[in-house]
Design a protein around this ligand. Structure first.
Ligand SMILES: *Cc1c(COP(=O)(O)O)cnc(C)c1O
Length: 367
């Protein structure tokens, strides 16, 4: 019997339309930041962030970095972040000279635990930066109240959550700024890229200055800035992807609903009452030997999976300096138990059936 094709854990979809859009930019001879970027910013804001003004940059990480700098975060400041996330979240804080303060997560949705956030606030806290991890929004009601009560800012790492909502409002519409990543494995891509959604005109102005050497007028530099511009080539890809993200998200949700209904011995991802989940990842917990589960899914069923993230940020060699002796039990438990199964929009019914069969065969113990 021939083996079935491998089901990859993620699969960027880049089609003919994206290729034509890139070709048109190349043919124009104008490839750096220009009209495609401006149109992409406008369309992204209208479609995904309830009309907020967006500024495109060359990566999600740049977006966080510039958003933090624009908000005046720097040396001596503390920014509360989760440890259970991609290192870019805390890296961007550390690169401003500020201190990332790691706090624990809710066991249900893997996002910042508001009570732990409140307990971590000091007189140096300037902001709280939740991550809408795996496409599930953090509790923006509770976090917004805490930010308000303590007079600190709220930022959003929405790298994984294009189109997710909390009480009907889009993620990215809550913070002083929010960042969306456009890396190929995210829910939509521009090749590399990031989008910064801004709450007010001053944030827009400062992020735009910072991405372009601090210049608005040529050679009249107002701020010390970087070159974090997006090219029109990347924006052209992103604009095409924007026309498809709605249908892709619906397919992710459909795939997730099927897995929810058919997986037997694992904890499927809970969704908060106020949330719509966009399933960047479909993340389950297993309490038996995880490496063995991952290996058997791959070798016996050709089902790819991912472990995001096996080492929490506060245990990384690069970041542990910010967390001496810190104990985050829910973060540690999640890091030890999670497996993300394929949920991407390229799956067909036979793939979904195979994923269910694989997990139900390999994972026997109730978690
Ligand atoms: C991908 C990601 C980033 C960084 O985005 P890049 O576009 O890769 O720079 C930041 N935070 C989280 C949670 C991410 O998943």
């Amino acid at each position: 019997m021939t083996q079935p094709e491998f089901i990859p854990p993620a699969k960027p979809i880049i089609g003919e339309e994206e290729r034509r859009a890139v070709d048109a930019v190349l043919a124009s001879g104008m490839v750096a930041q220009g009209p495609e970027v401006a149109a992409f910013e406008q369309e992204f804001g209208d479609q995904l962030v309830d009309g907020r003004t967006c500024v495109a940059v060359n990566s999600g990480t740049s977006g966080l970095h510039l958003g933090l700098l624009a908000a005046g975060i720097g040396q001596g400041d503390e920014v509360i972040v989760p440890s259970f996330t991609f290192a870019a979240t805390a890296n961007s804080v550390a690169l401003t000279g500020a201190t990332p303060v790691f706090v624990d997560i809710e066991p249900t949705n893997f996002c910042l635990d508001p009570r732990a956030v409140e307990a971590a606030i000091t007189e140096r806290t300037r902001a709280i930066m939740p991550v809408h991890l795996f496409g599930h929004p953090a509790d923006m009601t509770a976090l917004g109240e805490i930010a308000e009560r303590h007079g600190v800012m709220l930022f959003e790492d929405a790298a994984q959550a294009h189109g997710a909502t909390w009480n009907g409002a889009s993620v990215g519409s809550f913070g002083t700024f929010a960042m969306f990543s456009l890396y190929p494995t995210k829910n939509m891509t521009s090749g590399e890229g990031g989008m910064v959604a801004c709450a007010d005109d001053e944030t827009v102005r400062r992020v735009k200055l910072l991405r372009n050497q601090g210049m608005e007028r040529q050679y009249a530099n107002e701020l010390i800035g970087l070159n974090n511009r997006m090219t029109d080539i990347h924006a052209a890809i992103g604009r095409v992807q924007l026309t498809k993200i709605g249908a892709w998200t619906a397919t992710r949700q459909h795939n997730a609903a099927f897995l929810d209904a058919h997986l037997e011995n694992v904890v499927v991802p809970p969704v908060a009452e106020a949330a719509t989940h966009v399933y960047h990842q479909y993340t389950i917990r297993v309490t038996e030997d995880r490496d063995e589960v991952v290996r058997r899914l791959r070798e016996e069923f050709q089902v790819g999976s991912g472990v995001y993230y096996p080492i929490p940020n506060h245990r990384l060699e690069s970041l542990e300096q910010y967390a001496p002796g810190l104990d985050l039990p829910e973060t540690e438990r999640a890091a030890a138990e999670v497996i993300s199964l394929p949920v991407h929009p390229s799956l067909d019914q036979s793939h979904l059936d195979r994923i269910v069969d694989a997990v139900n065969t390999v994972v026997k113990a109730g978690a």
